[in-house]
Design a protein around this ligand. Structure first.
Ligand SMILES: [Zn+2]
Length: 307
């Protein structure tokens, strides 16, 4: 009796493992192929056009990491209404948000972010934002800051937009020494301060290359993205940009865009459709103020989950 029961049990166990393997193996193969398809040709380039393409490439990597790093973002919406600049009143030298922007937590919020500028289309983007009363965050490239573009930065601040640091020269930070990393951040801080009179308080890696070991040398909170408009891909059309942003919008999302002409052309439709869907446009710092999260230096924040 004992032996027979044991054989039956063994048989059941074998069948169970066979079924489990039959399910597991295709899943593992799929997961491996997915991994291989995204860990591919990361070749940073000096040209700004390719830089932009790699920004979008790394979006996929960053987006996969979103699921792994959510614990870095504290849960909970604390209050019904919050003044957006309450954390920074003590330091008027920090690049700050609109003092008049009142936040109501029953709404949906989205933070549009623009990397690599200021560039030629930037004033047009600001004209539109001024007309539509939209605020956004501009991750400024230090080497683009000159006495001529300084007025554009000042205008951004006056409109309630936020300035972020996107490094001095858009280098691959993975190839830099800790001192070079610190220098890239510091040079951009100083260039922006010289023209705009404020120091950015958030940083975004060139190529969205997020690496925790590099974070400690940045000395600022690091902002990733939830969604890319893919506006730096040559083949992306105005309509693609609109749908890449609008169709994937979510409450608390941080969206990657660039100061490009076709992005400017896509923005009126993006603004009107997101507004119709109940979204309010906020800066990155406003978004985390709504979330009730105090951003910490060296940590990576990819979006504020407000669902
Ligand atoms: Zn960039």
């Amino acid at each position: 009796m004992y032996k027979r029961r044991s054989k039956k049990t063994n048989k059941k166990a074998i069948i169970f493992f066979l079924v489990a393997f039959a399910i597991l193996i295709p899943v593992l193969i799929f997961a491996t192929l997915q991994g291989i398809s995204t860990i591919n040709t990361y070749i940073p380039s000096e040209t700004s056009e390719l830089d932009d393409i790699f920004d979008d490439f790394d979006y996929d990597k960053a987006n996969r990491e979103n699921n792994l790093n959510e614990e870095q973002i504290t849960e909970g919406i604390k209050t019904n209404t919050t003044k957006t600049n309450d954390t920074n009143e003590s330091n008027n030298k920090l690049a700050n948000d609109s003092a008049t922007h009142t936040i109501v937590n029953s709404k949906k919020y989205i933070a549009l972010t623009f990397d690599d500028g200021p560039l030629d289309p930037t004033p047009g983007i600001l004209d539109l934002f001024e007309k539509e009363k939209v605020v956004a965050t501009f991750f400024i490239l230090g080497k683009k800051v000159t006495p001529e573009t300084g007025s554009v930065l000042k205008r951004m601040l006056k409109m309630g937009c936020e300035l972020g640091n996107h490094s001095m020269n858009h280098k691959d930070f993975g190839a830099l020494t800790p001192d070079e990393v610190k220098n890239e951040v510091k040079m951009a801080q100083n260039a922006i301060y010289e023209q705009a009179g404020v120091y950015p308080k958030i940083f975004r890696f060139p190529y969205l290359r997020i690496d925790k070991s590099e974070g400690k040398d940045i000395g600022m909170p690091i902002i990733g993205i939830k969604r890319s408009s893919k506006d730096s891909n040559k083949e992306t059309t105005v309509n693609d940009i609109i749908s890449n942003v609008v169709d994937y919008a979510s409450n608390g999302s941080i969206v990657l865009m660039h100061d490009k002409q076709k992005t400017l052309e896509a923005l009126p439709e993006i603004i009107s459709r997101l507004r119709a869907d109940g979204y309010e446009f906020v800066t990155v710092s406003e978004l985390f103020a709504i979330k009730g999260t105090t951003l910490e230096n060296g940590k990576v924040y990819k979006w504020a989950n407000l669902q």
